[in-house]
Ligand binder design. Sequence first.
Ligand code: SAH
Ligand code: MG
Length: 214
Amino acid sequence: MGNKYINQLNEQYLDVMKTIHDNSLEVGVPIIKDEGLDLLLAIINLKKPLTILEVGTAVGFSAIMMALNSNACIDTIERNKIMYQKALENVNLLNLNERITVYYGDAVTLELNNLKKEYDLIFIDAAKAQNQVFFEKYSPLLKDDGVIITDNILFHGYVERYYNKDLMEDVSKDLRALARKIDRFNQWLKNNKEYESHFLDIGDGMAISTKKMR
Ligand code: SAH
Ligand code: MG
């Protein structure tokens, strides 16, 4: 739900984006939370990226919102065929084909030479258990002054509960395992020597990472 007062202050979506947003939530596509989106767009307005890489397109909601709020060319990767096709449709609908390229494939194995050599911003929002794999694979494509944003680092509160050794008896084994993996990634990122990260309780939890310059 989020904070209604804050929501009305923030810029509202185009009608067509509101439709994509609401339809996605209705059928359970895990698109970025409104508060997370506002943070992402604020960073985009500050950073003015010209190249963006997104891992995890789903139906293209976040990619399109980033495109509408920047002049960036966006490469985005999706492994689910139905999602991929829906994303292409939505990108077409908004006439953003020239600026958004959707790659159909697994981001774990995708050949890097399909992509650009350097990105101003990388948004990691795919399979949460593989955050570290994505970070290690794609961070070499980040410009020195670039930023990496990782979504869902709190995963509906399960990561904090796991960390606090909550018994989580109401939670399935799979979800517990996922919470453990996300916590491992967060701790790894915290101790990463090359990147400085800020971990925020916004949306479903987001980490903002930049290369250490000091
Ligand atoms: N960024 C989107 C939401 C992405 S949801 C938005 O906010 O609008 C996560 C998506 O990542 C799902 O569609 C899932 O199919 C995709 N995904 C998960 N693991 C992946 C992988 N290894 N490679 C490519 N896509 C992946
Ligand atoms: Mg997400």
